[in-house]
Design a protein around this ligand. Structure first.
Ligand code: NI
Length: 139
């Protein structure tokens, strides 16, 4: 069981009012949980910035499978990097377009490097890496 510590934060009333409106829209029950989430977010961001810690992420990729060699290249790169690829989900959006979600693990910098290489293939229309965490260090 972790110990709860209370602390006070001074801020301009206008800033607090804006923050309270935001967290109400987002559905937080109170400021404490919203601030805890901000703290967790910063810790995860820092872990990805440093780059040498083990973590996980998901890469979403949109591409046209009828164009160039993109599907073959994306599949080939995932096989070559199978140690970093946990799983993938492929959705045929319509006759041409595909959506793929690739679940990645490894050091943050390795995941980012692989994601950049996948996203820079010709024929990839859009993509985004969600840099998350295995969560073992977060409370
Ligand atoms: Ni498809």
């Amino acid at each position: 069981m972790s110990t709860l510590v209370r602390f006070g934060v001074a801020a301009e009333k206008k800033l607090i009012d804006q923050f309270d409106r935001l967290i109400e829209e987002k559905g937080y029950g109170n400021r404490s949980e919203a601030i805890r989430d901000l703290m967790r977010g910063e810790l995860v961001t820092e872990k990805w910035r440093v780059g040498n810690r083990q973590t996980v992420g998901t890469l979403t990729v949109i591409y046209d499978h009828t164009r160039t060699e993109v599907e073959k290249q994306l599949t080939g790169m995932q096989h070559a990097e199978h140690g970093h690829v946990i799983s993938s989900l492929h959705v045929h959006l319509d006759k041409e377009r595909c959506l793929e979600v690739i679940v990645l693990r490894g050091k943050a910098k390795e995941i980012k490097h692989l994601a950049d290489r996948l996203l820079s293939r010709k024929g990839v229309k859009h993509g985004q890496l969600v840099m998350t965490t295995r969560g073992e260090e977060l409370v």
